[in-house]
Ligand binder design. Sequence first.
Ligand code: UDP
Length: 247
Amino acid sequence: MAAQQKLYEGKAKILYTTEDPDILLSYFKDDATAFNAQKRGSIAGKGEINCAISSHLFQVLEAAGVPTHFVDRLAPDQMRVKAVKIVPLEVVVRNIAAGSLCQQTGLQLGTILKQPLVEFFYKNDALGDPLLTPDRLSLLDLATTEQVAQMRSLALKINQILSAFFGQCGITLVDFKLEFGLDHQQRLLLADEISPDTCRLWDQAETDPQRRVMDKDRFRQDLGHVEAAYQRVLERVLGIGQFLTDD
Ligand code: UDP
């Protein structure tokens, strides 16, 4: 199916229309950004790696009963997806304290949370993607109360499935970000991507706080070996190279 016109270009992906109005083509770029695009760079091979990881995880989730936008992987860096209207919320689930949770609450990096924490951020670059309170969520009317409840319960279900899946790969799922979209029937589908760009993943074979990092924090914090870490996640996810230690 030939790509037709560019519909939207984001920081990590480009969406193209196809001959079928219900199907879009998502092209995964090597471009990397962090800190609301204040830091920019490129990670060689990232597009293909993230497309492969995301495709695999979407299939794992579909098999467990989570509705997703995934159709198929058309090329190494191209995924066909169902056309949805993205809900402008970033749904973050956390199992272990890291990133903005530590910065905003003073919790120490690595603190295991009593129960998974679900947070809703407003997907709005101009405003710096602020964390929303429940009252602000209903004030902004970005989704109905039922849709918010559904996203929360899907996010927790996804966390259970992915935590178990990554656990089998020797990887701890620290936290991750989800985006949802509504299809023509107003059905909520998991959209966007699930990859080392959108998850914090720690190698269970490593105790060193820098060596264990297998995700975009390597880029954010200039830890080096970014592509190698992403590649290792892919190998673990695909069930090859399990529990390989660092070079
Ligand atoms: N995240 C993301 N996109 C964003 C913001 C966060 O994919 O625009 C992911 C991030 O990689 C991490 C989780 O969401 O896995 C929680 O991020 P956090 O709120 O701690 O913000 P950060 O420290 O990444 O800025």
